[in-house]
Design a protein around this ligand. Sequence first.
Ligand code: TRP
Length: 456
Amino acid sequence: MAEQRVSIHGQWTNRTVFILAATGSAVGLGNIWKFPYITGENGGGTFVLVYLMCIALIGIPIMIAEIMLGRRGKQSPINTMATLAKGEGRNPAWVWLGWMGVVAGFLILSYYSVIAGWAMSYIFRTGGGMFLGVTADGANSIFAELVTDPERLLAWHTIFMVMTMLVVGRGVKQGLEKAVTFLMPFLFGLLILIVIYAMTTGYFTEGLEFLFSPGAITGKAILIAMGHAFFTLSLGMGAIMVYGSYLSDEYSIVQASIIVALADTVVALLAGMAIFPIVFANDLQPGAGPGLIFQTLPIAFGHMQGGTLVGVVFFTLLLFAAWTSAISLIEPAVAYLVENRGVNRIYAATWVGLLTWFAGLGTIFSFNIWKDNTISIPFVFENFTFFDTLDYLTANVMLPLGGLFIALFAGWIMRQESTREELYTYPAIYKTWRFLTRYIAPVAVIVVFLKAVSLI
Ligand code: TRP
């Protein structure tokens, strides 16, 4: 590109910081809360296999594409798409991709924050010794008691949104850099500790078999696996794009993307290996739904040596993992407001945060007073609550759609010289990326969409 642009929002100090920030965005509730419960609901083995294939064939190439677009545009996703479309002499309508991302991020954060609130409340429940010697039934009713109390959920949701607005208001770089360096390895270590506990339950093999031995799978489950690949890698809505726009030109995007995707996948698999043995050892249902980790892990903490401490630290780290993800969900919107409305970050973060906070009420009520207000869309889903619908619409529709358009833009709309110049990697790697981005990823997304609604 002719002129040298720099992001007005600042740059990551170095490549490691970028990798940590991107990993901080990727690793979150998606890995530890969502992956185990949707794996449980969708029968295990084959679901996990499809998810892994989606990470490798769709997720990694699209992550490379998304970071690349961000770094080339160096602005919020909305302005990045406008600039790039113009720079390539293409239709200005591509800016809608940025807008869809902003909406998706807002919708996701509205429920993400509520679930992060659950994790926060569990720090105190574990710390107070509520789970000492707890039975499976006991853990169930403690969970039910939390989610059927809208006021308590609202309090935690509010605290989490304030925490998120504070970090985003100050600027993603400050504070985040240090927090992630220290916390990510710590979370990793603790998960391994819980996996070791899971080995002592006597049901470790059952857990592994459930996770890795293949069985039947439906078109809908394939869509959920693919949607989750986008969700867990933070792809398809501009979060990784905006992080890419703070990345300096001299670092390799391909290598960073692979590291982030690997770290994210390992955390998810460890969470699965920690949870399913506990599920089977206690005669619980793998398909218990969104409460799964809150109904299983406390049993482990209530019975292992020093479990109270381990539990408190675990839920604290989960909260941090959710926090570093949440900030990436509203960064695109905040960056846009700063660029186009001339407001400061604190003002922008406050307004976006307030709106998100309000939307979160819908998710809170989905677990209590709106529990029975469900909707169905023929051939798509049945009896979904507000939360279920939001989750489905964002993870299984908006993110894959965003990802599809990112792949199409990077693979077909941008000139080959532009992408080659931006990625400057080995020819073989570049060719592989380009092939996956032009053909495999878009076709796979479309095929999975059609299959999920039984059109093929
Ligand atoms: N990836 C995060 C998780 O697994 C959630 C998340 C953060 C996200 N930023 C995102 C999901 C952007 C989709 C898009 O918990």
